[in-house]
Design a protein around this ligand. Structure first.
Ligand SMILES: Nc1ncnc2c1ncn2[C@@H]1O[C@H](COP(=O)(O)OP(=O)(O)OP(=O)(O)O)[C@@H](O)[C@H]1O
Ligand SMILES: [Mg+2]
Length: 262
């Protein structure tokens, strides 16, 4: 393996973020490697969405830097940053689709706005993306005509319309039943492999964290900092931090909680 293959795709250094003079995050630093599924966790209000906003270009940091493949993201002029942002796919908390557009129209939108594809090529690409998320044949449906889990998957099809190198998710499985949630987890794994994408997600669903997370980072509300980063199972079994262990073992009353029954 050559050096360049193991270089991190995202590098965050000394990041400080806040609102109206109130610091939410202080001196946050971490790296994400190519094709990794990196999950950010922490209590409600600790700053997970705020961190994500900064990573995707919606909120400028008050301190520190974010590098994508070594390029200082917030050090670029607006146009260059926008160009980098084209390489991101984003699924927001809530994952809203345009309700007055069909699924086909929703997925086509970023392609119409940001690609040079012809109408026929766009149609073809939209079909392909809908197929990737298991929604072939649903192109003419409106969001209100399909289930919550299907809406999430359609929003995901829209997020991957432009073949992003990095996909960001804010609480992908929030509001989904366990089966839909597992379908989405499988899909995330599949997309990482078919698109060669790197995935950064905010999640509090333990099942998802253990099912898809390569590494998990704990944001601590009190210090505004990351207090642990690592393989979720290793952290669960070996972390010395009570907050981390508590989070990763919460609700695990049944002894065989995360073992497969065969
Ligand atoms: N636009 C805003 N203006 C002022 N304060 C904000 C704004 N957005 C978030 N905050 C505050 O910043 C802190 C972090 O919020 P953030 O939404 O990042 O938390 P979170 O970890 O994503 O929470 P949750 O798990 O509930 O989604 C909270 O105290 C919140 O009240
Ligand atoms: Mg949030």
């Amino acid at each position: 393996m050559t050096e360049s293959l193991v270089k991190p795709i995202i590098e965050v250094k000394g990041l400080g973020l806040g609102y109206d003079g109130r610091r939410v995050l202080r001196d946050v630093g971490f790296q994400v490697n190519k094709k990794e599924i990196f999950i950010i966790v922490g209590s409600s209000g600790c700053g997970k969405s705020t961190l994500l906003k900064s990573l995707i270009g919606l909120k400028e940091p008050e301190a520190g830097e974010i590098f994508y493949r070594g390029v200082n993201f917030w050090g670029q002029d607006e146009a260059s940053r926008q160009k980098l942002m084209r390489g991101f796919g984003v699924l927001y908390q809530g994952g809203a689709l345009w309700s007055s557009f069909t699924l086909q129209e929703n997925v086509a939108l970023p392609l119409q706005l940001y690609s040079d594809l012809t109408a026929a090529q766009i149609r073809e690409t939209v079909e392909l993306k809908l197929a990737l998320v298991g929604l072939s044949g649903y192109g003419d449906f409106y969001p209100a005509q399909i289930s919550g889990g299907m809406c999430k998957r359609a929003a995901l099809a829209r997020a991957i319309a432009l073949d992003p190198e990095v996909i960001f998710f804010d609480e992908p499985s929030a509001g989904l039943d366990p089966v839909s949630s597992r379908t989405l987890d499988d899909l995330i794994l599949q997309l990482r492999d078919t698109l060669d994408a790197t995935i950064v997600a905010v999640s509090h669903e333990l099942a998802s964290i253990f099912a898809v997370g390569d590494r998990v980072a704990f944001l601590d509300a009190e210090s505004g900092n990351i207090i642990a980063v690592g393989d979720p199972r290793q952290l669960r079994d070996a972390s010395r931090d009570d907050k981390v262990v508590q989070f990763l073992t919460r609700g695990s009353k049944e002894p065989d909680n995360d073992k497969k029954s065969g």
